[in-house]
Write a protein that binds this ligand. Structure first.
Ligand code: COA
Length: 306
């Protein structure tokens, strides 16, 4: 049995905050932010549930389906709107779904964890035929807008995919990893802001993602040259360049949105999938590698035959 992505949806708040806007309130500038991170602007606004609902509705529509066709909803987020219920409950109601729903939090690796879980669900005997997976974040609520070390990096947004049992598409191999010893380098307490040791996260991320990409490629029996499209988590364009250098993946094959969105955590990968789809890169049979990392640290890579 094989499983494909039948439809993709994205949602970004209307409000744009440029680097120049940030430079008005903190000691930074457009050139520094662009050179160090690849970010030019980010979107700010909306709740996690609202953004998720918009992206989810679009993904269902793009798949040519209706809410009744969805058998399971997974929302991955690190910024749930409430402690309880799960954000997925609100999204389920607002999209008009009548299926099971739950949240996953693996921070910026959340979409990869959710993709793999959804895939496994569909494979289970009697499992769902179609799973809606949404990565959604309202990170601006937990950003300290007085901290230039973090405020420049993050933004709000959502991306969604409908995964369905089908004669086309396959998860060839995956790697999920986590190292809880590294939680102090990137965290936010309840009611608090994101705190980060930027340089340490930078180094650890390159190491974790490079290792994960190599593991997944080994498991798949593929080489970097076999990969047609690379969808990396959007945290810093220099991290993406370093991972490409260390793994042999071609930078020209990466699909990036970071310049206009910043880091939207679990939404970055489906946002990049949306762009790849718009650019006509996701044709059946293409080999797509998705990889990401985040606080925890948690990381993951999926090698998919589209
Ligand atoms: N504007 C201008 N200068 C800044 C600045 C800003 N926004 N932020 C830091 N600086 C200064 C520092 O104070 C430092 O000055 P000093 O040399 O006088 O001490 C200098 O710039 C270099 O700081 P450093 O922290 O070493 O910069 P960097 O090259 O590591 O870039 C990050 C900083 C945050 C962009 C980078 O470390 C990063 O992206 N880390 C990973 C973050 C990440 O991926 N997080 C999400 C994980 S999912």
């Amino acid at each position: 049995m094989t499983i494909r992505v039948a439809g993709i949806g994205t949602a970004l708040p209307e409000k744009i905050v440029t680097n120049d806007d940030l430079a008005e309130t903190m000691d930074t500038n457009d050139q520094w932010i662009r050179e160090r991170s690849g970010i030019g602007e980010r979107r700010v606004g909306g709740s996690t549930g609202e953004l998720a609902t918009e992206a989810g509705i679009q993904a269902i529509k793009n798949a040519g389906l209706t809410p009744d066709d969805i058998d399971l909803l997974i929302v991955c987020t690190t910024t749930p709107d409430q402690q309880l219920p799960a954000t997925s409950a609100v999204v389920q109601r607002d999209i008009g779904l009548s299926c099971g729903a739950f949240d996953i939090n693996a921070v910026c690796a959340g979409f990869l964890y959710s993709y793999v879980v959804a895939y496994g669900q569909i494979l289970m005997p009697g499992g769902p035929n179609r799973v809606l997976v949404i990565g959604s974040e309202a990170l601006s609520r937990i950003v300290d807008w007085n901290d230039r070390g973090t405020a420049i990096l993050f933004g709000d947004g959502a991306g969604a995919v409908v995964m369905e049992r089908h004669g086309q598409g396959e998860l060839i191999a995956h790697d999920l990893g986590s190292n809880g010893d590294l939680q102090d380098i990137l965290y936010a307490d309840h009611g608090g802001y994101i705190r980060m040791e930027g340089r340490e996260v930078f180094k650890r991320a390159i190491r974790a993602v490079s290792g994960s990409v190599k593991t997944a490629l080994d498991k798949a029996g593929l080489t970097p040259d076999d990969i047609d499209v690379v969808i990396p988590h959007q945290a810093n364009i220099r991290i993406i360049e370093a991972v490409c250098k260390s793994t042999g993946l071609a930078m020209e094959k990466t699909v990036n949105v970071i310049e206009t969105t910043g880091n939207t955590s679990s939404a970055t990968i489906p946002l990049c999938l949306g762009k790849a789809d718009d650019d006509g890169l996701l044709e059946p049979g293409k080999i797509v590698l998705m990889t990401g990392f985040g606080a925890g640290m948690a990381w993951g890579t999926a090698v998919v035959r589209w």
